[in-house]
Design a protein around this ligand. Structure first.
Ligand code: G1P
Length: 296
């Protein structure tokens, strides 16, 4: 039996350059999809998967994130006085039990692997999850919950994967697959951001990981990889000889909210998935679609 996954690491130290100027003073993880910041979707997904400790690896200018998961007494008091129960309820989802949220800083932006390594002492010697908030997944069963359930059976490392068009492999960590039952693939190799012609497959990692603590040791040693950064994929590849590695084709739809078109699509999909917004969103889409068609 695999140990339970109780801790999750949220690397949130990135500069968010792809979303400037929006991200000049606001962390990219605070950008909302409809009315909720990306990071809150990730935290709620982690909580639904049984996570009890939330470790944020932050960087300069990320205080809005800390404030978001803190109490806001003035706001709560005002809402209380005005009898705004619904709004008070919305704030509840931003709060965790005292001590459940931990912040540590990534002193330099040296890459995802380095960010995860910054959480090594906080994670300790147990399996842990990593969630990249700009990968947003719309799913009936939250993506990380699906993975934790698989991990309870398989142990090892379990990452969320999807097949991407071959011309996109250079955006992802890609699996060299040794066996595959259509849902769960086992890897014998991993490559970070391979060129399409070099990619061992098109099965690519999206930003959800359930990892064994062994990766932390490798992260302390691994050299700069793709893009001159310390890559999580490279450290995971270095544990393949002793830790099984599985890619789960999760059920759900993933949106790349680090990309403008992906972010726009997420807003549309999440609005359409909501009872209070579906009809209005459909009407807006039909109207703008028709106007765009008419304009040629
Ligand atoms: C990171 C990982 C990559 C993974 C991707 C998923 O890349 O390094 O292996 O496939 O997230 O979104 P990034 O998007 O930070 O360049």
């Amino acid at each position: 039996m695999a140990l339970p996954v109780r801790k999750a690491v949220f690397p949130v130290g990135g500069l968010g350059t792809r979303f400037l100027p929006a991200t000049k003073a606001v962390p990219k993880e605070m950008l909302p999809v409809v009315d909720k910041p990306l990071i809150q979707y990730a935290v709620e997904e982690a909580r639904a998967a049984g996570i009890e400790e939330f470790i944020f690896v932050t960087g300069h200018g990320k205080t809005a994130l800390e404030d978001h998961f803190d109490r806001h007494w003035e706001l709560e008091t005002t809402l209380n006085q005005r009898g705004k129960r619904h709004e008070l309820g919305l704030l509840e989802a931003t709060q965790q039990p005292a001590g459940a949220v931990v912040y540590t800083r990534q002193p330099e932006p040296l890459g995802l692997g380095h960010a995860v390594r910054c959480a090594a002492k906080l994670v300790g010697a147990e399996p842990f999850a990593v969630l990249l908030a700009d990968d947003l997944v719309l799913a009936e069963t939250p993506c990380l919950k699906q993975m934790v359930e698989v991990h309870a059976e398989t142990g090892g490392n379990v990452v969320a994967v999807m097949d991407v068009p071959r011309e996109h492999t250079a955006r992802y960590g890609v699996l060299d697959v040794v066996s595959d039952d259509g849902r769960l693939a086992k890897a014998q190799g991993l490559v970070e951001k391979p060129k399409p012609e070099d990619a061992p497959s098109t099965l690519s990692i999206i930003g959800r990981y359930v990892l064994q603590p062994e990766v932390m040791t490798e992260l302390a040693q691994v050299r700069e990889g793709a893009g001159g950064e310390i890559q999580l994929t490279d450290a995971l590849a270095a544990t393949l000889d002793r830790v099984d590695f599985y890619g789960l084709r999760f059920e759900g739809v993933r949106f790349d909210c680090g990309d403008k078109a992906g972010y726009l699509e997420a807003n549309i999909a999440f609005a359409l998935a909501r009872d209070d917004l579906r009809d209005k969103a459909k009407e807006i889409l039909a109207r703008y679609g028709a106007a765009a068609d008419a304009a040629g």
